[in-house]
Design a protein around this ligand. Structure first.
Ligand code: SF4
Ligand code: SF4
Length: 413
């Protein structure tokens, strides 16, 4: 696509990157076929090709309006379009650049600004969010339906192994996961321990930065990345094998650190090393399958009533990290029969803060997803990201778990 970027951005690194991405797009429109918002709304401007065109116009000097911002806001950042695109267009990078420019030219006001400010300040602060979650959980039974659906029942991390191992992996605690689903990292710790790996958490690390990035607070997201790198660095320097991510949304964002900090002379190299050292928990366990198999064989067969499982692969796992089939193979090896899930490439509507900020579209995607997941009458739904788990659990009585919790329970049986 031919581009003529305006002076305000042409000679910046963002401008150069945007130009390169725009030139790759051949306007074929294959991506629209797999875009959830285009499928629901049927408007070209609510699909990737239309949004690319809007961003191109803005970067070429056309003044954006609230309508431009709305079409960009409606994007889930699910990256389904990137998986489909035959030209390798890195759409979400372009979207980030476009959103930052539009945000600065069309500032938000009123309840929109207030809500985004509140989310930006509450969610990444794990202590503050944890206190709010605890309060919600203590009165959960009398909460109105919608709020109740957003607050999972109080749970614990379970027993922590006391064994020390020479092999160590640094886990990210994250921001909302410790208070909503403490058992995810608890289960990871136990499974890794069985495989001879010790999971450690770095004091001082916190939100990966995805929350602020999704809310167009780019500098805040960079600060989150720098703080985490500072917390992880001493552990990496003292021999930890690397980092393990138990929420695919966080993992997919941490892999962006090198890009986010490329212009920061103090952090660019460190960020690149962190990216190289980061793996999703499914990659870690898949690499240890030789040690896992005898443990699974010792478990005996799964009871018939527990065998059917529906797996929801988060967008961050299948489109962001491009990990497809690994979790499914591990669950099959653990004795589960995975049910068929229609349109498994589509987003469940959680998408970070999307379920709060674009609740009507999010609800439609949630309904479609839960229908697809329950069609095969599973006994349990498994996923790989805290946001998807909470979002899906809000509309089903079936247990929704992280797949590592399922594996841990299997190994503990
Ligand atoms: S599929 Fe790729 S090249 Fe085709 S319109 Fe979409 S982004 Fe552009
Ligand atoms: S990221 Fe998802 S919602 Fe956004 S344009 Fe691409 S496919 Fe559509």
């Amino acid at each position: 696509m031919e581009t003529h970027l305006a002076d305000f951005i042409r000679h910046t690194s963002a401008g150069r990157e945007a130009e390169e991405i725009l030139r790759r797009c051949v306007h074929c429109g294959f991506c629209t076929a797999t875009c959830p918002t285009y499928q629901l709304l049927g408007d070209e401007l609510d699909g990737p090709r239309g949004r690319i065109y809007l961003i191109k116009q803005v970067l070429e000097g056309v003044e954006p309006t609230e309508k431009t911002r709305l079409h960009l806001d409606r994007c889930l950042s699910c990256r389904s379009c990137e998986t489909t695109c035959p030209s390798g267009v890195h759409y979400t990078r372009l979207l980030d650049i476009g959103r930052e420019v539009v945000e600065s030219k069309v500032p938000r006001t009123g309840s929109d600004a207030f809500m985004r400010g509140a989310l930006k300040n509450l969610l990444p602060r794990s202590t503050l969010f944890g206190a709010a979650m605890k309060l919600g959980q203590s009165v959960r039974l009398v909460l109105p339906g919608m709020l109740k659906a957003m607050v999972p029942p109080l749970s614990s991390a379970g027993p922590a192994p006391q064994t020390s191992h020479a092999r160590k992996l640094i886990a990210l605690a994250g921001c909302v996961q410790p208070s909503m689903y403490p058992n995810v990292n608890g289960a990871t710790r136990r499974v890794l321990d069985r495989l001879g790996i010790q999971m450690v958490e770095a004091a001082g690390a916190g939100c990966c930065g995805a929350v602020r990035a999704h809310l167009n607070a780019a500098e805040g997201a960079r600060d989150d990345a720098r703080r985490n790198i500072d917390a992880w660095w001493p552990l990496l320097e003292s021999g930890a094998e690397g980092l393990v991510m138990t929420a695919s949304g966080c993992g997919s964002h941490v892999l962006e650190y090198a890009y986010l900090l490329q212009d920061d002379p103090d952090y660019a190299l460190k960020a690149a090393r962190v990216v190289l050292a980061t793996r999703d928990i499914s990659e870690v366990i898949a690499a240890e399958v030789a040690g896992l198999e005898p443990l699974l064989q010792a478990c005996g067969p799964l009871p018939e009533a527990e065998r059917l499982l529906a797996f929801h692969s988060p967008c961050s796992l299948q489109h962001g990290l491009k990990i497809r089939g690994a979790v499914e193979s591990l669950l099959t090896a653990a004795g589960y029969t995975l049910t068929a899930v229609a349109d498994s490439h589509l987003c469940c509507g959680s998408a970070g803060t999307y379920s709060v900020l674009q609740s009507a579209i999010s609800k439609r995607l949630q309904d479609n997803k839960i229908t697809a997941l329950t069609a095969g009458k599973p006994a349990v739904i498994a996923s790989a990201n805290v946001g998807c788990m909470a979002h899906l659990q809000g509309v089903t009585a079936l247990p929704v778990k992280h797949w590592i919790e399922v594996l841990d329970a299997r190994l503990s049986a």
